[in-house]
Design a protein around this ligand. Structure first.
Ligand SMILES: [Zn+2]
Length: 623
């Protein structure tokens, strides 16, 4: 509660109010309203992105590893016939409870995904796709933007990233990748730059962003064969490399394999780590032998650098040290590079490296955390290379990839760029059901899908929706269903240890302001023969970059108890200062307890999510 005294010697005190209005949406599948209270918000969120991996890139690795696939399909665009192959889960996440598809078009590309076109014309998805900057921005802010842009909306507005919001609410933040640490995907979760290719600018912004872990390639002193080289400042400016590698930033700098291994083993865990693997760009993808695209995976000797799963384990050791939890993004960044090059051997290697990182994360959750407190999401940012089965093409349509364990799969590439083909999303842990609920669109072949912005929105739901201007204001929070819900909505208010319940459904939601007590024991000299006014305003309800105006929040104040007859204000919206109660010279004395009925009108087009706001109360002496 904010108290503003206009008298010189005001002795007013007001009971502090610290309460949250919590409105929990009840998905249509929820069994009862009681489940709404148990709706779980994870402490930790781990988002794992295989850059450029469509369904077939995921399956290519499983075919090589196990001779199995889980997502193969034959589709004939001429007849519309769709035949799904028998699915055998080959990866840990392919048994997770939430498995949906994801669309990822950007604002400047195709700007839509249309299932009939995607499966009716073999060429349709091949053009107008997102790049990793626009996709990373959508995942990291919940807002679509133009290709090439990081952290800004198409109109130029600066977007709040989940990395910034995580820090705002006290969570640690880590960004880990197998390509340069400041490549577009990790940058999408923290940085703002109109040009994704401004790598030196992105490096500086990320180093100074306050995050706790940055890891990846981009080392100025090493080649992609892990050999020393003359300095190359493509990825990081000399001054930034020097300050980060000499301890002139909050980061502990690590670079060699032994350092990463020690961090992963938990033997040396600093507060913040900048881990710059000793490679120019990629951990393994660019190493010698890249031209051998028919060799079996691992034929070319590997660089002696830490793998992505070791990086992820090390990051988890740094991040899991506080009560507030963390947000971690882990990218298998070179799956995309293999797709651009149509390099099947290294595609398989890179996707397996990503799978190993997912397994490391799953083990960490089970050994060091739990699925009740950690949400893990595995997905991609787009598809690269238009990978399909043997014989696929405009005439024949889509054919299943086939293969045997230990062999390169039988497949065809149809692009050197990105495509609009849907990519898979797998999720497990607290809040995973939110992602399933947001998969409210339907693809003829892949089934339920969500848009990439829904992932950013879901992460914001977990992190809350800041803009909290003062720690002592009354916090409001409302979770709004994304679509007209079949189930009910309910809202409850916690205040002074009590939950003040507040129910409603559809567009009108009601709550009760926690009781506010004004105690006026001023003498006549101090009160100057006058009374007081208790007024308040509310901020907009904000969910990441979405806003629900304070115009939609109204209150109807009431006097619960007054020793001398203070008066309640009339019903008003809280967009502008509104009067909660007033007292004149005679009615001001003693203790007055005031409450208010709050109601929030949710516009039909409000996007779903957990919105946050706050009411600030101000006590004026009438002087
Ligand atoms: Zn790419």
């Amino acid at each position: 509660m904010h108290r503003r005294a206009h008298t010189r010697a005001c002795t007013l005190t007001a009971t502090s109010v610290a309460a949250g209005l919590v409105l929990a949406s009840v998905p249509a599948v929820a069994a009862s309203a009681a489940d709404a209270d148990a709706a779980s918000v994870p402490k930790n969120v781990i988002l794992m992105i295989s850059d450029g991996a469509g369904y077939n890139q995921f399956d290519a690795a499983s075919l090589y590893e196990h001779g199995t696939s889980a997502h193969q399909v034959a589709v004939d665009p001429a007849t519309g016939a769709i035949a799904h192959e028998a699915a055998t889960p080959g990866q840990v996440y392919e048994t997770w409870p939430v498995q949906v598809a994801q669309s990822h078009y950007s604002a400047s590309g195709r700007a839509e995904y249309v299932t009939e076109k995607a499966w009716g014309d073999f060429g349709w998805v091949a053009s107008g796709a997102t790049d990793s900057a626009a996709a990373g921005t959508a995942l990291g802010t919940g807002v679509k933007t133009n290709n090439g842009t990081l952290g800004f909306a198409p109109g130029g507005d600066r977007l709040l990233t989940v990395g910034e919001q995580a820090q705002e609410v006290g969570k640690k933040v880590g960004l880990v990748t197998s390509v340069p640490f400041n490549h577009a995907t990790p940058a999408g979760f923290i940085a703002h730059n109109a040009d994704r290719n401004d790598y030196q600018g992105l490096a500086a912004e990320m180093i100074d962003s306050g995050v706790d872990v940055l890891m990846g390639g981009g080392h100025p002193m090493y080649t992609d064969a892990h050999e020393p080289r003359p300095a190359d400042w493509t990825w990081i400016a000399q001054r930034d490399y020097e300050r980060v590698s000499t301890g002139a930033t909050p980061f502990t700098f690590i670079e060699d394999k032994a350092d990463f291994d020690a961090l992963a083993a938990g033997t040396a865990v600093p507060d913040k780590v900048f881990g710059l693997a000793q490679v120019a760009e990629t951990l393994q993808y660019n190493r010698p032998g890249l031209a051998n695209d028919t060799a079996l995976p691992y034929t070319d000797p590997a660089n002696d650098v830490a793998d992505l799963d070791t990086l992820a384990r090390g990051a988890l050791n740094v991040l899991d040290t506080g009560d507030e939890g963390f947000f971690l993004m882990v990218e298998g960044g070179a799956v995309d590079w293999a797709g651009h090059a149509n390099q099947t051997t290294r595609l398989v290697e890179e996707q397996i490296a990503f799978n190993d990182a997912v397994e490391a994360v799953e083990s960490w959750v089970e050994e060091n955390s739990s699925w009740d407190e950690t949400l893990v999401i595995v997905t991609a940012d787009h598809e690269t290379g238009y990978l399909a089965g043997a014989g696929a093409g405009a005439e024949t349509g889509w054919t299943p990839m086939t293969g045997a364990a230990g062999q390169l799969p039988d497949l065809t590439w149809h692009s050197g760029g990105h495509t609009n083909a849907l990519v898979p999303l797998f999720a497990k842990g607290a809040g995973a059901d939110v992602l399933e609920a947001r998969a409210d669109q339907w693809d003829l072949v892949r089934g339920a899908y969500l848009d990439n912005t829904a992932i950013g929105e879901t992460i914001f739901d977990v992190l809350g929706h800041g803009e909290r201007s003062s720690a002592d204001a009354v916090a409001l929070e409302a979770t709004i269903a994304g679509q007209p819900a079949d189930g009910a909505l309910s809202l409850s208010v916690a205040g002074h240890g009590e939950r003040v319940s507040f129910g409603g459904s559809g567009a009108d939601l009601d709550a009760t302001l926690p009781l506010v007590t004004v105690a006026d024991t001023r003498n006549e000299v101090h009160a100057q023969g006058r009374g007081w006014t208790l007024a308040g305003t509310a901020t907009d309800f904000v969910a990441g970059n979405r806003t629900l105006s304070a115009e939609n929040l109204a209150w109807a104040p009431r006097i619960v108890r007054s020793e001398a007859g203070a008066a309640a204000g009339g019903r008003a919206t809280l967009a502008a200062p509104a009067t909660l109660a007033t007292a004149d010279r005679t009615s001001r004395l003693g203790s007055t307890v005031i409450g208010a009925d709050l109601d929030l009108t949710v516009p039909a087009d409000a996007a779903g999510g957990r919105y946050g706001s706050e009411i600030t109360l101000t006590l004026f002496a009438q002087d």
